[in-house]
Design a protein around this ligand. Structure first.
Ligand code: FES
Ligand code: FE2
Length: 393
C-alpha cells in the first residue's frame, strides 16, 4: 500500500479528498449539480471569477437576468474574462474585445479584419438560480458529453411560511472534513460545549447514532444525553438536511437548513447554507437587519483566530465570544485541526462514528462503480420518505 503525505494509506476508491478534473472523486462530484455562488451576489451585468474543484471559471449574469458560466480565460491570448463587459447574455474580453455567449461560443472579434469566431469556442456550463443560490453542472461543457440531469428540487424549501436565508462560509480545509463532521454529532458536546443546543460531553454521558439507508443517502437518529432524539439526513454526495434551534423569538419552530460543501480546491471549501426561517413575512426585514447587525459586531475574522489557536498562541476559551462567529470558529479549530486533508489511515473509529463510516461506505461503493464503469446509484430527495423518518423528532 502506498502512503501519501496528505492522507495516509488509501486506494483510489477511498480518495474522497482530491476533486480536480482528472480525479475519481472529482469525476463523481461532477455528476451532480453543485452550488457555486449566492444569487444576490451576482447582480445583472456583472462577472465574477470562481474556482470550483480546482478549476477556474467566469460566472456572469446577463442583462436578461440569466446566469452563465464559461471558462476562466479568453481563447485569444489567455486574458481572464471576469474583468470584461457583459452585453445582453454575452461577455466581452477586456483585452481585445472578443465576445462569448453563455455556451462559450465566440460570436464577435471586432478588431480582426477577417473574423473567425465560428472556429473559436471555450467551455460553457449549465447554470441555474435555485433557492437563492447559483447551481452549476460541471460534468462536461455544453455541446460535449451527455446532457446534464435535471437539477434536484427540495420541496421542503420551495414554499415556506417565511424566508430563505443564505448563510455560507469559507473554511481552509478539505471539504470532506466538514462533510463528515456533519454526521459526527458527538463533537457538539465538546467543540460547542456551553453553546445553545449543546451539552457537556465530558460529564453527560455517551450519545447513540443509528443511521438508516434512504433514497437520498442516509438518515441518522441521534440520541443525545438526556434522551432527546435528533434526526440528521445526509444526501449523496455532499448535502445535509437538519434542524436547528430558532435564533430569535419571532422565528416559529425549528429552523431547517440544507447545506452543501463545495470544494474550491483540495485545501479549501465553501459551505453553502440555505435556512428556511418560518416567521411572519412582515417581520422579515427587521429580522434580517438584526442578523446583519449582529454579524457586523464580529470584527475578528475566525480564520485568523483559528490559525492562532492551532499555532498555540491562544486557547479558544480566551476568545471573546461576541468578537467573532464562535460556532464557526469552534468548527474551524476542530476540522482544520484534523489536518488540511484528514489522515484517515491513522484513525481509530468507535461507535459514535457510525455516520462517518456510513458516508465512507456509500462513497467507496460509488467511486468503485464509477471506476469500473458500473451504473451509479440515482440518489433522490424523496420528501415523504425523509419526512416520515423525521417524524419522531
Ligand atoms: S485575450 Fe481576449 S480578446 Fe485578446
Ligand atoms: Fe460543529
Amino acid at each position: 500500500m502506498v502512503r501519501q503525505l496528505d492522507g495516509g494509506a488509501r486506494s483510489a476508491h477511498t480518495d474522497f479528498f482530491h476533486t480536480g478534473p482528472d480525479t475519481l472523486a472529482g469525476r463523481y462530484m461532477r455528476t451532480f449539480w453543485q452550488p457555486v455562488y449566492h444569487s444576490d451576489d451576482l447582480p445583472i451585468g456583472h462577472a465574477k471569477p470562481v474556482r470550483i474543484m480546482g478549476a477556474d471559471y467566469t460566472l456572469y449574469r446577463g442583462e436578461t437576468g440569466e446566469p452563465h458560466m464559461v471558462d476562466a480565460r479568453c481563447a485569444h491570448r489567455g486574458m481572464q474574462l471576469s474583468p470584461g463587459w457583459v452585453h445582453g447574455d454575452t461577455i466581452r474580453c477586456f483585452y481585445h474585445g472578443w465576445v462569448y455567449d453563455g455556451d462559450g461560443q465566440c460570436v464577435e472579434q471586432p478588431a480582426e479584419p477577417q473574423p473567425f469566431c465560428d472556429k473559436i469556442r471555450i467551455g460553457g456550463y449549465p447554470v441555474q438560480d435555485y433557492l437563492g443560490l447559483v447551481f452549476a453542472y460541471l460534468g462536461s461543457p455544453i455541446g460535449e458529453g451527455p446532457p446534464p440531469p435535471a437539477i434536484p428540487r427540495y420541496p421542503t424549501f420551495d414554499n415556506i411560511d417565511g424566508i430563505l436565508e443564505m448563510d455560507s462560509y469559507f473554511r481552509a480545509c478539505n471539504y470532506f472534513n466538514n462533510l463528515e463532521n456533519s454526521v459526527d454529532t458527538s463533537h457538539v458536546g465538546f467543540v460547542h460545549r456551553g453553546g445553545a443546543g449543546a451539552w457537556d460531553g465530558a460529564t453527560e454521558g455517551p450519545i447513540i447514532i443509528e443511521p438508516t439507508d434512504t433514497s437520498w443517502g442516509f438518515s441518522s437518529n441521534v440520541r443525545r444525553p438526556g434522551g432527546q432524539v435528533n434526526v440528521a439526513q445526509f444526501g449523496m454526495p455532499n448535502i445535509f438536511h437538519a434542524k436547528a434551534l430558532p435564533v430569535e423569538p419571532e422565528v416559529l419552530g425549528f429552523r431547517e437548513f440544507l447545506v452543501w460543501w463545495t470544494p474550491i480546491d483540495d485545501e479549501s471549501h465553501i459551505q453553502f447554507t440555505v435556512n428556511a426561517v418560518r416567521m411572519p413575512l412582515e417581520k422579515a426585514d427587521d429580522y434580517l437587519a438584526r442578523r446583519a447587525a449582529s454579524k457586523a459586531k464580529r470584527t475578528i475574522p475566525k480564520e485568523q483566530l483559528a490559525a492562532d489557536i492551532l499555532a498555540g498562541k491562544i486557547h479558544i476559551d480566551e476568545v471573546d465570544p461576541s468578537s467573532t462567529d464562535m460556532i464557526r470558529l469552534q468548527d474551524d479549530v476542530a476540522q482544520i485541526g484534523q489536518g488540511i486533508i484528514a489522515d484517515h489511515g491513522n484513525e481509530r473509529l468507535g461507535r459514535t462514528d457510525a455516520g462517518v463510516i456510513k458516508i465512507r461506505q456509500l462513497w467507496t461503493r460509488e467511486l468503485k462503480a464509477l471506476d469500473e464503469g458500473q451504473p451509479l446509484t440515482e440518489w433522490r430527495y424523496d420528501v415523504e420518505e425523509l419526512l416520515l423518518l423525521r417524524a419522531g423528532q
